[in-house]
Design a protein. Structure first.
Length: 245
């Protein structure tokens, strides 16, 4: 959905923590054994594999808040509130218009209910901004995106190679991808990796990413006892047909 750019700053989809659920800072999740649960899902094994910025900033992981999403009737997942950790201005750059933040982290998702399997994911933009100081209808080269890959184990993207959300402007052409979703073969454990990039490459421009949400759909699998009963029933049906033939 394309929005009209108004003034020198655009902000979309404000982020707010889910009601009555305690947010957990990423700094705590990165500690050994750090995890958060939402419904029948456990999110653990948190790791930051890359955190770079042209201005050499030090990331404060305690300002990145993770909240379980457990609304009734919704797929369980997480809300990420990024604070002010992913805001860049052209003036942050090296002088040649290369101001950016590039951040990659990952975590595992497992089912707490042995009768459930994860079979899909949805990524949704939660809050982003663009700013520019000159004339024209928008920034020439600024924005932010989140790219997600899902695999059966860390370092793999064999389930979902890429899904993404984006809020950017290139040569005054505005792009807003609010959400993306994917389905895959049911699994009891998956690995999720996210790459966040925010950039502002023209004088007077700025960009920020403030949050996004992540949900995972699930499906039930027959219990062993149910499978055994089904097998007995099919065997009995086959035997009955044999006797009548």
């Amino acid at each position: 959905m394309k929005k009209r750019l108004v003034g020198a700053l655009i902000a979309v989809l404000g982020v707010g923590a889910a009601a009555n659920v305690q947010a957990v800072p990423l700094s705590s999740l990165l500690q050994e054994g750090g995890s958060v649960s939402a419904g029948d899902k456990l999110f653990g094994d948190w790791v930051v594999s890359s955190a770079v910025s042209v201005d050499g900033r030090t990331f404060d992981y305690s300002q990145i808040q993770v909240t379980a999403l457990e609304e009734e009737g919704q797929d369980y997942g997480l809300e990420f509130a990024l604070g002010n950790q992913f805001i860049v201005n052209f003036s942050d750059g090296s002088g040649d218009g290369d101001a950016y933040v590039d951040f990659t982290f990952g975590f595992s998702v497992s089912t707490l209910d042995p009768g459930m399997r994860i079979n899909g994911a949805m990524l949704e933009l939660g809050g982003a901004s663009l700013g520019w100081g000159g004339g024209g209808d928008g920034p020439q080269d600024a924005g932010s995106f989140v790219v997600e890959r899902i695999g059966s184990e860390q370092g793999s993207a064999d389930l979902v190679d890429a899904m993404s959300v984006e809020f950017s402007s290139l040569d005054e052409v505005f792009t807003e991808t609010d959400d993306d979703l994917a389905s895959f073969s049911p699994a009891s454990v998956i690995w999720v990796e996210k790459n966040i990039r925010v950039w502002a490459d023209v004088s007077g421009e700025s960009a920020g990413l403030f949050g996004f949400t992540q949900r995972f759909s699930q499906t039930s699998v027959p219990e062993p006892a149910s499978l055994a009963l089904l097998g007995i029933g099919l065997f009995g049906l086959a035997a009955a047909r044999k006797r009548t033939s």
